[in-house]
Design a protein. Structure first.
Length: 225
């Protein structure tokens, strides 16, 4: 069971979702500026390694869950690196499948925590944001698997390919922006894209309702004291 950390020389607590949130945000903020210095697939592997290890820490409150998450994360990281270093497609497919399972597993654990909590805290809000980001990563891996196993499922423009392209496409779909530079062609690809868009909107609606309900409950309790 993970102990709650504090910032050095202060009493400020570090929530267990903070590192995960930072690692995901850094992927979006730093990646565009580092592409010219590091090959893009190596760069993405570095970011995904940080995200996966941060996700393990985020779900490490129970010993059993921690060891399961750590094992899957290490296997996934190894497969993704082997795929980019060797170029063997089977490593990529296996890594994406395990990555999808790992992200779905950690998302489920965090969601379970969020819906058990009865008080709004900073850690809870960070966890809720992390879940939304994790949804995007889950579908990015799922789209990668679909394109690897059924080439031509997507029509792409702009010169981006692979997991980088599908990470971008996943978040564009999740937020229902739909720029059109990547288009689902096959029936499974269209179904996946539609499902992701619906899940993204439903999650936001349910999350807002949950937070508003908790806020009202907390306010009423404070007034009754």
């Amino acid at each position: 069971m993970a102990k709650q950390l504090r910032l050095p020389f202060t009493q400020i607590r570090i929530g267990r979702f903070l590192f995960l949130l930072i690692s995901i945000v850094l992927m979006f903020v730093l990646r565009p500026f580092l592409e010219g210095f590091v090959r893009i697939y190596y760069l993405m592997d570095v970011f995904f390694t940080a995200i996966f290890l941060s996700a393990v820490y985020a779900v490490s409150q129970k010993r059993g869950v921690f060891f399961v998450a750590l094992l899957i994360a290490l296997l996934t990281i190894a497969l993704l690196w082997f795929n980019d270093l060797t170029g063997i497609p089977s490593f990529g497919v296996a890594g994406n499948i395990l990555g999808t399972f790992f992200l779905a597993f950690t998302t489920f654990i965090i969601l379970s925590y969020l819906f058990r909590e009865d008080e709004i805290t900073g850690d809870m809000i960070m966890g809720a944001i992390c879940v939304y980001f994790l949804f995007g990563l889950i579908w990015a891996f799922a789209f990668s698997i679909l394109e690897m196993t059924h080439p031509g499922s997507f029509r792409m423009s702009g010169g981006i390919t692979g997991r980088t392209a599908f990470t971008y496409y996943s978040y564009v779909t999740l937020t229902t922006l739909g720029y059109g530079d990547i288009t689902p062609i096959s029936t499974p690809a269209r179904s996946f894209a539609l499902l992701e868009a619906m899940i993204g909107q439903l999650y936001l609606a349910v999350l807002v309702a949950r937070l508003v309900g908790l806020h009202i409950s907390q306010s009423m309790m404070k007034k009754s004291r």
